[in-house]
Design a protein around this ligand. Structure first.
Ligand code: PMV
Length: 303
């Protein structure tokens, strides 16, 4: 029995703009969701159990539970029927925190079901199956979470060309602050659609796309202050689009005041997580500032 992984992720720059075709810079976290397929007696239901998330569901496309529907959607996309198997998982990222938990779960589930069916773990097949789940849960999803949950590492994602991996000279340390406030990606994507009239030419979306290019160049050159400046600007634009919250603003402000190069919300916003980049000797101050605000952050190595 093999354990299958889907990586959690952060979006460094470009969330929301990526839905409209602009590039986004994303990185896999050094943690995610792992799943092992455990065969059950013949005729048993297709189950998913993740004790860390208090999650226990049986695949059913008509269930009230979104994960039960998502499990059914993945099995249907893979055309494996309802095999008698328990998918037993562990998660090292919180659910619903903007860290790509649903895509990480979908990718790990798809891989585990393919193994159980003795089929190859072909990335294109895993992408199709995990995307069916993301579509169900999040509506108009760009595919960035699934791409990075499969590939790991770091890359620039575009909706029409997919993920282009980039290699940076040294792994990047990113401080991640899960705010603890729940949010809905679909609702935030809808809010941006209203704010921009879903027009890709909206100047805020254009600027967000440009900031991804600026940040990618800064990252490749090892220029962390420039990366931080781009992150600060991106947060201000996202705030203007209505997807920040007073709590996320305060966490970013606290990080900057504690010496971070820059900070922003990551993912859909409306809750979820913030990220910050800081000089190594100031990381402890940033994490302490978040702790005083009731948020237990962590440092992740990405890239
Ligand atoms: O899955 P989240 O909440 O980290 O957000 C994904 C990023 C968005 O650009 C807001 C949506 C998308 O599908 O690209």
């Amino acid at each position: 029995m093999t354990t299958h992984v889907g990586w959690g992720k952060i979006i460094l720059l470009g969330e929301h703009a990526v839905v409209y075709g602009y590039p986004a810079l994303a990185a896999a976290l050094d943690r995610g969701v792992t799943i092992a397929p455990v065969p059950t007696p013949k005729g048993g239901p297709l189950r998913l159990d993740i004790p860390t998330w208090d999650l226990s569901v049986t695949a059913a496309s008509t269930s009230d539970h979104p994960v039960a529907r998502s499990l059914a959607a993945i099995a249907d996309a893979l055309d494996v029927g309802r095999p008698a198997v328990s998918l037993v998982g562990d998660a090292q990222i919180p659910p619903g925190a903007g860290l790509g938990s649903s895509a990480a779960l979908a990718v790990a589930v798809a891989r585990a079901l393919l193994e159980h069916a003795r089929r190859p773990l072909d990335p294109a097949t895993v992408t199709t199956a995990a995307s069916a789940s993301e579509q169900l849960l999040h509506g108009r999803a760009s595919g960035i979470d699934v791409a990075i949950a499969i590939a790991g590492g770091m890359g620039v994602f575009r909706r029409n060309t997919g993920l282009r991996r980039i290699t940076i000279p040294h792994p990047l340390r990113v401080l991640v602050g899960p705010s603890g406030s729940p949010r809905s990606t679909a609702a935030m994507v809808e809010r941006v659609a209203e704010a921009t009239h879903a027009a890709p030419s909206d100047e805020r979306l254009v600027e967000l796309g440009g900031l991804t290019d600026t940040a990618t160049a800064a990252l490749l050159a090892g220029n962390l202050p420039a990366l931080g400046t781009a992150m600060d600007r991106a947060h201000a634009i996202l705030d203007g689009l209505g997807v920040s919250t007073p709590q996320l603003d305060a966490l970013c402000e606290a990080a900057r005041a504690a010496g971070a190069y820059g900070a922003k919300l990551t993912g859909a916003g409306g809750g979820g997580a913030v990220i910050a980049i800081a000089p190594r000797e100031r990381e402890g101050d940033v994490l302490a500032a978040w702790r005083s605000a009731g948020v237990e952050g962590f440092a992740a190595r990405v890239g």
